[in-house]
Every structure is written in structure tokens, then in C-alpha cells.
Design a protein around this ligand. Structure first.
Ligand SMILES: [Zn+2]
Ligand SMILES: [Zn+2]
Length: 144
């Protein structure tokens, strides 16, 4: 088995340095650890780091689970129709089709509404990277 070379952080893709993490992700995790806000054990439990001694144990399982989840999220996004009732056109951005997005973008630009308000009204979806949001959520769960 050849050693995996990609950082386990979703959407990172950098070369692994230690514990399945690239130097950036490792440094970030390490900062949390030395500040006493989290332990390596906890990060390992949450799949945010790999054990130091046997760095590749569980890596394949982790990557497979992650690939499945990413495929699921992508399929979820892909099948989405515009969130505007009765519109049914294909989503372009923020859960809206091209024409609804353009309309709301103008409203926001005119100060008639905000994206936050539209999100509350379920007339748009947050413009966020799903995968990095996942990572942040994971950190929020494990960081004291
Ligand atoms: Zn990384
Ligand atoms: Zn629409």
C-alpha cells in the first residue's frame, strides 16, 4: 500500500506533512492543541487528524466515507431547483436560477433587501463552501 499523500482536510488537497494533515492544517490543529483547546486524541476521534504512530490506519475508510458524503452533497446540490416557488428552473447561485438570482441581486444592490433576509424567507440559500463549513463545524464541536 502506498502512503496517501493528500491532506485529509476536505477540499484541502495539500501534500501531507504529519498526522494525515498538510503543514497548514497541521499547524492550525497544533495551535489548538498547544493552547489546550483540543487534544490530538479528540481530533483523531473526529477524523480531523490521524494517529501519529500508524499514520495510514483508517485513512482509506476515512477517505471513502468522505468521498461518499461529498458525492451525496454534490448530488443534492445538482438536483436542486430554484427555491422560488413555482419557478423550477435550474439553480445558478444561492439556490436561485439565473433570472431569480439576477432579480434578487438587484434588490440587494438597491438596498431593498439583504441576502440574510432572503435566506430567512427561504428565498435564497447561503453562499458558502459546504465542505469548509463542515470543517469549521467539526472544529466548533471539538474545540473547547
Ligand atoms: Zn490541509
Ligand atoms: Zn427561479
Amino acid at each position: 500500500m502506498s502512503a496517501p499523500s493528500q491532506c485529509i482536510t476536505p477540499s484541502c488537497g495539500e501534500v501531507v506533512k504529519s498526522r494525515g494533515l498538510c503543514k497548514f492544517c497541521y499547524m492550525k490543529a497544533w495551535m489548538y492543541v498547544i493552547k489546550g483547546r483540543v487534544t490530538w486524541e479528540k481530533l483523531e476521534q473526529h477524523g480531523l487528524a490521524l494517529p501519529k504512530k500508524e499514520p495510514w490506519v483508517g485513512y482509506n475508510e476515512l477517505m471513502n466515507a468522505r468521498k461518499e458524503r461529498e458525492a451525496r452533497i454534490r448530488a443534492e446540490i445538482k438536483k436542486h431547483e430554484c427555491v422560488v416557488p413555482r419557478c423550477k428552473r435550474k439553480v445558478k447561485s444561492r439556490g436561485l436560477c439565473a433570472s431569480c438570482y439576477e432579480k434578487q441581486r438587484k434588490n440587494v444592490a438597491n438596498g431593498q433587501t439583504t441576502w440574510e433576509k432572503l435566506e430567512e424567507l427561504k428565498l435564497s440559500l447561503p453562499l458558502k463552501d459546504q465542505f469548509s463549513e463542515d470543517v469549521k463545524k467539526n472544529y466548533r464541536n471539538v474545540v473547547v
